[in-house]
Design a binder for this molecule. Sequence first.
Ligand code: ZN
Length: 163
Amino acid sequence: MKQLWAPWRMAYVDQNSKEAGCIFCNKLQGNDPRDALVLATTPHSMAMLNKYPYNNGHLLLAPKRHEKNLSGLSADEFNDLNDALRRSVHILRQVLNPGGINLGMNLGKCAGAGIEDHLHWHVVPRWEGDTNFMPVVTETRVMPQHLLDSYDRLQPHFRYLSI
Ligand SMILES: [Zn+2]
């Protein structure tokens, strides 16, 4: 296995973790950002750790508004999301020092979207030799402590995203 980036497998993982309603909208309504793994919110966007990560520090960035089409975002929403993406990549580079980062957005089920009704970016930090991570995660599915450790490490750096 040479490529970690495999959106169809993300859909597989996402489908195994279905919860009622939209995970992005649900997390925004929650009272405990740490419990929801929400790192930051901006005027129009949110950044959270993926509960089913492909790698350490795997982020999901979404507009706050439940929107399925990229063209459905207003200019303000789109710019805000892009800015959150740009800053998040910078933060991940600073804090986790990955060798590289994959950015991907899956639009529609056949493109691999697990949650197709609410747009989101996947931001996946990469390290040399990390390609064995995915099968491990797929088998274990949830790593709550690992996720909270990552959250606590990253969250202070994400504070300025919320300003
Ligand atoms: Zn939603």
